[in-house]
Design a protein around this ligand. Structure first.
Ligand code: NAG
Ligand code: NAG
Ligand code: NAG
Ligand code: NAG
Ligand code: NAG
Ligand code: NAG
Length: 618
């Protein structure tokens, strides 16, 4: 009897809890519909007969809505009171819409909220202080809006807050004291004034620029208050400090002296060595030291391709050629050729060098080469045997202590990056689908070829600025296989958009990491969005994740570059096929990514079925 009652009771409670869950989800659904009906702009195409957890941008967990992500979907107008009822939300993203008005007051009820992304809208009014009393909030991004007023002093209530981005608003007043361990902070381009709190002095300068702020890391504040130093707390500190300071100064002086002596010693030794070297080198016919003067006059106002060492030390050896068919020139001739900067890459700057007789080559000045000369020459020699129609041809290289050059074919159409993201006003013609598919295939073939040489060969630096284009828009991949020779510290440390998640040492890029970068390149080709674009990298959303967030919640064709959909004749099916290839290449785990020959085969199929002429019919 007793057992029966317990059983009956537990069934009852089970049913009750089930009912609670469904009714909560029903409440969530009502709130979502209230949001959909209350917001303006492009309509949210939610299928109301399907459960809300299947709606675009809605994510559920245990039968409740936990994340709402609607980035860049064309919403406008103010947000209605509705979202506050979605009490299980931990993530809210409305970034890059055109929303206006204040942050609705019912956001105060989102006690589980951790991530709030509202950047890139036109929200206005004061930043509500309740945001900082949400107990779980970790990231707040309100950048690029029209928020005014001052930064709430209660920021310190948000003791889990790690990221606070407020740049590009109209905030005034001072930055309050910060007592929480913020990791990311940006208030640039507002109208803030006063001094930067000490706790933020370690942040980069750019986090504060575009205001009337002073103090570390910006310029020191002009001394108006410091007066006569009767501030007691300050005095106590300064006494203690001064003892420390004296000790510090003494140690620094001693160390400095030792360093100076060491430096002098080294310099003397080096000079001796150099004299010896010069003597031995003089046996060879050294290029005239006068060349440096001549060179600057020829090169006029563009930076010279080669900075002749000021000591006038003659270069001991000349260029080493891979192919002679590009015409005869030597180092001296190269120095005298007129130069034009093409761009700054990961491995160094590139120049276009034009000779008087019409010959044009591209020169790359490698910086931070870490391998010794012997290894450099060996690696270069190995590269010399590389030859593929979709790889830029290496012409020559040069190695000296001060200068490492690689000379290669000049490509008149420039890079894919410039073509995709260049200034639209400058007569740049849009790339159509056939061209883009052709470029994807050409690049895939080149990388496949590199991978086929042996299992350890990888390109190492695949990105759109390294995909050059021939006169007929054929892909010519450049900068291949240089990564192992360059110091890893020279590559920018920030997320560069193309790098596979597992890569920790940029000198050792596996073939599967190449596949990842190539996948990002495909997504870039199709979306027209640069993976290194600030808007994307800002909140840690990379291009692959952006693409999947859009394809999950909207029609797939929304991800495509408008330029591509506007001019093409509706080959949507093949565009989606290529997009899927790109997505599969950017799988998080290396083992889930296809191999490069596999990718090439798939792209060949796509281009065959879209029947594109030209470069596609190899
Ligand atoms: C939010 O919840 C309250 C109280 O449960 C309810 O009265 C209100 O209608 C709900 N609003 C929306 C938009 O769902
Ligand atoms: C909406 O969802 C229902 C149920 O899942 C489905 O039968 C219907 O085809 C969907 N309608 C549209 C237009 O997708
Ligand atoms: C927060 O939720 C409570 C109870 O659900 C409700 O009474 C209150 O009005 C809500 N606050 C806001 C600002 O919507
Ligand atoms: C900051 O600007 C406000 C108004 O523009 C002014 O009243 C205030 O004195 C300024 N504060 C500092 C520290 O300059
Ligand atoms: C702050 O934001 C500005 C403008 O978006 C940007 O240029 C700068 O790099 C950012 N600095 C930091 C440290 O985030
Ligand atoms: C020093 O500061 C004290 C307190 O602020 C003030 O009374 C005094 O006049 C100041 N003296 C000078 C020389 O500025």
């Amino acid at each position: 009897m007793k057992n029966k009652t317990t059983l009956g009771l537990s069934v009852f409670f089970f049913l009750l809890s089930l009912a609670a869950v469904t009714s909560d989800l029903a409440a969530d659904r009502r709130a979502l519909i209230a949001l959909r009906d209350g917001v303006h702009g492009r309509p949210l195409l939610w299928n109301l007969t399907a459960p809300p957890c299947t709606w675009g941008g809605v994510q559920c967990d245990a039968g409740r809505v936990t994340a709402l992500r609607l980035p860049g979907v064309g919403l406008s107008g103010p947000l209605p009171i509705a979202i506050g009822n979605l009490t299980q939300l931990h993530t809210v993203s409305f970034r890059f819409n055109s929303l206006t008005g204040p942050i609705p007051p019912d956001f105060a009820n989102l006690t589980l909220l951790r991530y709030l992304y509202l950047q890139g809208n036109a929200f206005s009014g004061e930043i509500p202080s309740f945001l900082f009393t949400l107990p779980n909030v970790i990231r707040i991004n309100l950048a690029q809006n029209k928020f005014s007023g001052s930064i709430p002093v209660n920021v310190n209530s948000a003791n889990r807050l790690a990221t606070l981005y407020l740049e590009d608003n109209q905030l005034t007043g001072p930055i309050p004291e910060i007592k929480i361990p913020l990791q990311q902070f940006n208030v640039s381009s507002n109208q803030l004034n006063g001094s930067i709190p000490d706790q933020l002095s370690g942040m980069p300068k750019t986090a504060f620029e575009g205001n009337s702020l002073c103090g570390k890391p910006l310029a020191a504040c002009s001394v108006t208050v410091a007066g006569n130093g009767t501030d007691t707390t300050g005095k106590g500190k300064s006494d203690k400090l001064s003892t420390g300071a004296i000790v510090g100064i003494v140690i620094a002086c001693v160390l400095g002296l030792i360093l100076l002596l060491l430096l002098l010693f080294c310099l003397c030794r080096k000079k001796k060595k150099k004299e010896n070297n010069v003597e031995s080198r003089n046996i060879e016919p050294a290029p005239a030291p006068a060349s440096s003067a001549k060179e600057t006059s020829t090169v006029a106002n563009v930076p010279p391709p080669v900075a002749t060492p000021s000591s006038g030390a003659p270069a001991s050896k000349d260029l080493t050629f891979f192919v002679k068919s590009f015409g005869q020139f030597d180092l001296d001739g190269l120095l005298k050729a007129s130069a034009e900067v093409l761009g700054k890459g990961t491995f160094g700057s590139s120049y276009k060098a034009s000779f008087d007789r019409g010959l044009v080559v591209a020169v790359k000045r490698l910086r931070d080469v870490v391998v010794p000369e012997k290894e450099f020459r060996e690696k270069m020699q190995a590269l010399g045997s590389v030859s593929h129609v979709n790889l830029v041809t290496l012409i020559a290289y040069y190695f000296s202590r001060d200068e490492k050059l690689v000379v290669f074919e000049y490509m008149s159409r420039g890079s894919l990056s410039a073509l995709l993201h260049g200034n639209k006003g400058s007569g740049r013609s849009p790339l159509n689908w056939e061209t883009r598919a052709g470029i994807a295939l050409g690049a895939a073939r080149a990388i496949s070829y590199l991978h086929s040489r042996d299992a350890t060969t990888s390109h190492g630096n695949i990105k759109s600025s390294n995909i050059l284009l021939s006169e007929s828009y054929e892909a010519k991949v450049s900068d291949y296989c240089l990564a192992p020779m360059i110091s890893p510290t020279s590559t920018p440390n920030r997320i560069d958009g193309y790098r596979a998640p597992e890569v920790t040492d940029v000198r050792r890029i596996s073939q599967k990491a190449d596949v990842y970068s190539f996948g990002v390149l495909i997504l870039e080709l199709l979306t027209g969005k640069s993976p290194t674009h600030q808007q994307l990298s800002e909140e840690g959303v990379d291009l692959p994740r952006w693409v999947s967030s859009i394809t999950e919640q909207q029609s797939t064709s929304d991800v495509f570059d408008p330029e591509l959909t506007r001019y093409q004749d509706g080959d949507n099916e093949n565009m989606i096929r290529l997009l899927k290839i790109g997505i599969s290449c950017t799988a998080q785990y290396p083992d889930s990514r296809p191999s490069m020959p596999e990718v090439t085969r798939l792209i060949e199929e796509v281009s065959r079925s879209s029947g594109s002429p030209g470069p596609l019919s190899d």
